[in-house]
Design a protein around this ligand. Structure first.
Ligand code: 16G
Ligand code: ZN
Length: 483
């Protein structure tokens, strides 16, 4: 019943080196990587047998030599609940790994199957991963041969880091374009660029945010699964987006950038052991999607201020590290001077702390803390995506936007409209806010506010609700009150 033919055929591709004795110890097999090929193959077979023995429960295989030097590698088996391989099986692992020829190996396997009464008709599942050692990839492929030879189902849980898809940059043919072109020279075809579009015409961050569409000039250029970004003409706003597998467009706005970046920085501060000394906070405006505010509030302090970069920037200065992006893509991250001093002088005590500290120091260098540099923001996003190995879709899934609607209303005199509480409450015209509140109460997940535009002769109405039709309806009914 043992698939002798497939095991023999594949085993011959992974001969055991002569005169080497392997030993499965506390750390599994661990030695110089160049002699481990046959061991990995055989561990694949053994993992399959162990899974069959446990009625098809999943066995883990980790290819790593932990803190050993780079030229070493190793492999250990993990039992179904995440515990170390049952010690009684360590002897079997050692015996199999030391069988000199393929025939010896088959004989050992048959002995094992018989002695342990393994029912070979059972299914077998193996999940595996590796660390970043250069030898890892080829050892994993030996392991995969072993998994295949015994007929187990294998799942790669991180053995290779997929190279990120290239990023397409749309600079709206503005001032960012020549700079992006120079960036591409450094980064090669990991990012593409173009600036063929007429300035600010059907392209750029504002087009993307207001139409929630892919700039037409990118259609056909951006492939399913790929992400792109648009800067505005003066390169101080950034919008991301991606096409899903069915080529549907998804926008990743300033709120999504805030969530991505703030969660990453919080994690680094914690890992570095600096969380009691460095407090990270977020600043948003009332336009921030309610789902982003909820996601962020569960992780760090969030403040809401009036629209406009000057308000956000000043509020962000009150944190040790302040993260802010308006939904429309303006923003940056600020590291206070005392925080920069702490980062410079802090002495980490573990390798993990040291790595996290190094990342924080590098972020402090990468981020242009003078607001208005969308290319620096773009590099920041790319760095976080690469570290987290996130695709556009995974980033987008951090939280799901609440449906929302923005409408503008032309009024006789917009100076009549005065707000407080970071523009979330109207104090004039008197009585209007109460009417808005009464309407909002009737909508599930409803939220709405009204403020005079600072840039156009209109009043803006924003509404959110848990379903899209309701968000639209609420916005238009509030607009009806304003008009
Ligand atoms: C300006 C602001 C922007 C804000 C927008 C609101 C800067 C650099 N720009 O463009 O932050 O979102 O006004 O416009 O501060 P609105 O008042 O017409 O809604
Ligand atoms: Zn701008």
């Amino acid at each position: 019943l043992l698939p002798v033919e497939s095991i023999s055929a594949l085993s011959r591709l992974h001969p055991k080196p002569a005169q080497i004795h392997f030993q499965y110890g506390t750390a599994g097999f661990r030695t110089i990587a160049s002699v481990l090929d046959s061991v990995l193959f055989r561990v694949g077979v053994l993992a399959g047998l162990r899974s069959k023995k446990l009625d098809g429960k999943t066995i883990g295989v980790m290819v790593t030599a932990s803190h050993n030097p780079e030229q070493d590698n190793g492999v250990k088996l993990v039992d179904p609940r995440g515990e170390m391989l049952d010690t009684s099986w360590e002897i079997h692992a050692t015996a199999l790994s030391n069988a000199q020829t393929t025939d010896d190996f088959i004989r050992e396997l048959e002995k094992l199957v018989q002695a342990l009464k393994i029912d070979l008709s059972k299914p077998a599942r193996v999940v595996y991963a590796r660390d970043t050692r250069p030898s890892g990839a080829s050892l994993v492929s030996s392991l995969e041969d072993g998994i295949k030879a015994i007929g187990a189902e294998g799942r790669n849980a991180g053995a290779t880091r997929e190279t990120p898809q290239p990023l397409t940059i749309d600079c709206a043919n503005g001032v960012g374009a020549p700079i992006a072109a120079r960036l591409v020279e450094y980064l090669g075809d990991t990012c593409l660029w173009f600036w063929k579009t007429p300035l600010n015409n059907a392209c750029g961050a504002d087009y993307v945010k207001t139409t929630q569409k892919l700039p037409p000039s990118l259609a056909g250029r951006l492939q399913p699964g790929q992400r792109g970004c648009s800067l505005d003409g003066d390169a101080d706003r950034l919008m991301y987006y991606y096409l899903d597998d069915r080529s549907h467009f998804h926008m990743l706005d300033g709120d999504k950038i805030t969530a991505l970046v703030a969660a990453f920085i919080v994690e680094l501060v914690k890992t570095s052991g600096l969380d009691s000394q460095i407090k990270v906070g977020v600043v948003q405006t009332a336009y921030a999607n309610g789902a982003s505010t909820k996601y962020l509030s569960e992780r760090l302090p969030v403040r809401c201020v009036s629209t406009g970069v000057k308000h956000l920037h000043h509020a962000a200065e009150h944190y040790n590290i302040g993260v802010y992006f308006e939904a429309n893509g303006h923003g940056t991250v600020l590291f206070s001077q005392p925080t920069q001093d702490i980062l410079a002088s802090y002495e980490p005590t573990t390798p993990a702390q040291s790595t996290a500290l190094e990342h924080l120091r590098n972020l402090n260098q990468l981020i242009n803390q003078t607001v208005g540099d969308a290319l620096s923001d773009m590099l920041l996003v790319e760095v976080v995506l690469a570290h987290k190995a996130y695709s556009g879709n995974e980033w987008d899934s951090l939280y799901v936007d609440l449906p929302n609607r923005l409408v503008k209303v032309v009024v006789v005199d917009r100076t009549q409209f005065k707000t407080e509480d970071a523009e979330r409450q109207l104090v004039s015209p008197v009585g209007l806010q109460q009417k808005i509140n009464e309407l909002v109460r009737r909508y599930d997940g409803g939220r709405s506010f009204v403020r005079p535009s600072g840039t156009e002769d209109v009043v803006r109405v924003y509404a959110e609700a848990s379903i899209k039709t309701q968000a639209d309806e609420l916005a238009f009914r509030v607009a009806g009150l304003v008009y």
